[in-house]
Design a protein around this ligand. Sequence first.
Ligand code: TXA
Ligand code: MG
Length: 326
Amino acid sequence: MMLHLTTCADDLDIAVNLLRAGKLVALPTETVYGLAADATSAGAVRAIFHAKGRPADHPLIVHIAAAEQLPVWADQVPEAAWRLASAFWPGPLTLVLPVAPAVSPLLTGGQATIALRVPAHPVFQAVLRRFGRGLAAPSANPFGRISPTTAAHVQRHLAGRIAAVVDGGPCPVGIESTIVDLSGDQPRILRPGAITIGDLARYLTRVEASAMAAPRVPGTLASHYAPRTPCYRIPPDLPEAPFAGQRLGLLATRPVNWPVAKFWPMSANPEDYARVLYSTLHQADASDCDVLLIALPPDEPAWTAVHDRIRRATRSLLMEAGRVGH
Ligand code: TXA
Ligand code: MG
């Protein structure tokens, strides 16, 4: 049975005691719900991989209460890391740094680097401070599925596999943190997020910022964050309905000229769009639509993170049409 905890002090004590006992507790962060476990316990970290069905070579983010704890986990903390930490922590930024020698390879997938983040959510912060050590926490979804932004999403997908969820309401950012790799010659964005390349460039030297101009997304799986219902991205001005005879669900900032069974109006503001993207996908996936369509937002820098998540959740309609010979 999974406990459904509130954010009152007594419930947070229960959450901390479960974590001390090596159990898994889903906690709200400002980005998405995280599946937290004691980062210093091999058994607890193994349990994360088991509960998510996540391959062992996918490294985890260790969440810490404050930047002062960076040297516990990272071998060398470059000047750029301190600068980004003081500008954006606590907040939706993850730093990848050379890993300290004593850190378990379970956390890093055997790589020479470790991902670290100081989350801003008051509930996650309160638990970290009471717990006193680092918490490993991937997004609290089964591997390959949409990340959870409410306790109900966690409940639906992980009940029976974890000890508890703390219900802190919907996550205010709605998509996962920006990941910046500072372990190489140049800072590199590995995953775009609410903190944009423009935000980062203000705190990195010109050389570092120009090297980031063409961020290389790591070789992650093509279908990540995917709903179970077939899901396609479409140009916003698609002139006619694809998939004749199917019940179509559409996520778009504007209605289209052809009939759809369900329309989820999306915001024209990228932050507002990101906040509800996953919860809308969870809803759409649970609806009776046969096919989901997402109209692509403008191809502009402010939309980079949303574009990234839409690409991972969908297949390209045009490529699919080509493949089936339409
Ligand atoms: O917003 C977030 O970052 C959320 C909340 C819960 O904090 N967490 C999250 O964790 O998104 P997860 O495990 O779903 O995604 C972590 C990403 C993975 O794509 C993983 O490959 C990458 O971080 N990562 C972790 N350690 C890494 C490393 N040493 N080098 C490169 N990438 C790493
Ligand atoms: Mg994830």
